[in-house]
Design a protein around this ligand. Structure first.
Ligand code: PRP
Length: 575
């Protein structure tokens, strides 16, 4: 009997009517822009040999690639990206072609996403690649094209952030760290986890390299970030200052062309294997993630036996189309409101049939800051913190069953949510900021900045077992009950120990009492629950506390307000 014949797989969706129209309009607008600049279209196959994507460097985690096997037993991959197939095509079909080569594409990419996170596994992407030039002018050409692409789709509230991956790479070369430490440092910089980064770098001698790495994710903003970087980089390898000067030159060039929606982020280190120098990302207010991503990738062609400099970017067409649809919704709403005011009756609710969202300027963005707070365990501490920085928490203190509250006079909304949902709301950008425990972050993961350790909600992850038992004795595979299966899984994986993890939703201490498990991995605060149930801590796994997390796009688009919130909290914490 067929079970799955009426639905589409998770991460995919049917597009209908208005959605198709919005996507088509974005594609047509971008196509016109790219062709006008002399870029020619190429289309690469939807699936290729897996080897194309796994050449010398592993640019994409293999878990994220959809794979198939052909009739000769070879592994095929649904393309997770368009730049790599275009590098393959250029190195073969266009080998020896006069340089530079200007190519553009409009095609879908496929990336397996974690389950139930509301992320698309199939994305319509457009982008350009400029192959064979390595100059200031070529970087400017690509950046200008990216910014014009966003503004041509009427996203007048976009931001581009610029970085230089060479700076991070040089510092990491000079740090005597293991591969594992380097991977951790990379992810801490990428997530602006200042506290975690400081902690791991404590283990290294106090060198100029370490001091710069600690500062890297904090160095973002306008010209002041460049000035601060110059001060800090002074006296270090001249190459670092040269890279900084290059960024300054690019910024200056963009400003001269009236393209001033740019900021610098020295903590921009995404896809460090892939890019070689200038990197950038673009944000719009209707999407919680970056909608444009690009940079210079002078090393990539080596994987295909060529030595060609190249630069380019890809744009998430789906997100731009969604932004257009939101614009239509907002315009319809405004039309309805105007009609009501003028008392014209229902006929006037319709928007102008000639209305073209692409040609219409304006924004549908929220102007306020929305903060998601964890209900329960952390709630009192958070309210106390907000009261201490002068927020009027009267609504929070008399919330009743309300979940969406405001802080009067501060243009701040507060959402009260379950811990794991705080992450989801912030990751999707429907909330700008969140307060959540490190335990939930470790279990849930996600893409956001983790900017502050708030110092409250302190507890520990621990492995606990019944008093009087010898957990490590015997050959049988041990059973572990936990609310945190990922944390427990990673912990035992790091010990090279096979265990069977059983997910329990709460009151985990019951599982060993009922002989369902040999031990538990759980958070321990006072230890009284363990004691009352005849359990003891066998090993402490790590300390936990509450964290302030920030959506990546909000951090760039609402920098002033979010910086103010962070500095207010930091001031209080110092006091
Ligand atoms: C947490 C945790 C332990 C207990 C530890 O549970 O899972 O059961 O608190 O605190 P203690 O060391 O101070 O005794 P929580 O209260 O969140 O309830 P739950 O297990 O039902 O989710």
């Amino acid at each position: 009997m067929k079970k799955y014949d009426r639905i589409t797989p998770e991460g995919t969706k049917d597009l209908m009517f208005q959605e198709c129209e919005a996507q088509r309009k974005v594609i047509e607008t971008l196509r016109e822009g790219f062709e006008g600049k002399g870029y020619c279209e190429v289309i690469t196959p939807g699936f290729e040999f897996y080897d194309v994507f796994s050449s010398n460097s592993m640019y994409f985690p293999q878990e994220s690639i959809y794979k198939m096997i052909d009739d000769k037993g070879r592994i095929l991959a649904m393309r997770p990206d368009s730049t790599i197939p275009i590098a393959r095509l250029t190195s073969t079909k266009l080998k020896g072609h006069a340089l530079p080569i200007r190519l553009y594409y409009a095609q879908r990419i496929y990336r397996q996403q974690p389950a139930l996170r509301g992320k698309s596994s199939e994305i319509m992407q457009m982008g350009i690649e400029l192959v064979g030039l390595s100059s200031f002018e070529s970087d400017m050409e690509i950046l200008t094209a990216g910014m014009e692409a966003l503004s041509s789709c009427c996203v007048d509230d976009y931001r581009i952030e610029l970085g230089h991956i060479g700076i991070y790479k040089l510092l990491m070369e000079n740090l005597n760290a293991t591969l594992e430490q380097k991977e951790t440092i990379h992810s801490l910089i990428a997530s602006k986890n200042y506290a975690g980064l400081s902690d791991i770098l404590e283990a290294f001698p106090e060198t100029h390299t370490v001091a710069l790495l600690k500062e890297l994710p904090r160095l973002f903003g306008g010209k002041e970030a460049l000035d601060k970087a110059r001060e800090l980089f002074n006296g270090y390898d001249k190459k670092l200052l040269d890279m900084l000067s290059y960024l300054e030159r690019i910024l200056q060039g963009l400003v001269e062309r009236d393209l001033d929606k740019v900021m610098i982020d020295f903590g921009l280190v995404h896809q460090a294997e892939y890019y070689s120098s200038l990197i950038f990302r673009g944000y719009i207010s209707t999407a919680g993630e970056s909608v444009l991503s690009g940079g210079r990738y002078d090393e990539l062609f080596k994987d295909f036996g060529e030595s060609l400099p190249a630069t380019g970017f890809g744009i998430n067409v789906d997100q731009l189309a969604i932004s257009q649809l939101k614009r239509i919704d907002a315009a319809e709403k405004t039309g309805r409101e105007a009609a009501r005011e003028e008392n014209k009756g229902p006929g006037s609710e319709k928007i102008d049939p000639e209305y073209n969202p692409i040609a219409e300027k304006g924004t549908t963005a929220r102007s306020n800051i929305r903060i998601a707070l964890t209900k329960g365990r952390l709630e009192n501490d958070i309210v106390n913190l907000f009261e201490s920085i002068g927020y009027d928490c009267s609504n929070l203190n008399q919330k009743g069953r309300k979940l969406l509250l405001s802080i009067p006079d501060k243009n701040i909304d507060v959402v009260l949510a379950k811990a794991a949902d705080v992450i989801t709301y912030v990751e999707h950008g429907v909330c700008d900021v969140g307060v959540v425990g490190k335990d939930t972050i470790m279990e849930g993961g996600g893409t956001f900045y983790e900017v502050l350790d708030l110092g409250f909600g302190k507890c520990k992850f621990a492995l606990a077992v019944p008093e009087g038992t010898d957990f490590y004795n015997g050959y049988s595979t041990k059973r572990i009950a936990t609310k945190y299966p990922k944390v427990a899984g990673y912990y035992f994986e790091s010990k090279g120990m096979d265990v069977q993890v059983i997910k329990i939703e709460g009151s985990v201490e019951l599982a060993p009492l009922l002989s369902l498990a040999d031990g538990i991995v759980d958070i321990v605060e006072t230890g009284s629950t363990l004691k009352a149930n005849g359990l003891k801590v066998l090993e402490e796994i790590r300390n936990i506390s509450a964290r302030l997390i920030v959506n990546e796009a909000s951090m760039k688009l609402k920098k002033t307000e979010i910086d103010k919130l962070i500095s207010d909290i930091q001031e209080k914490m110092k006091g």
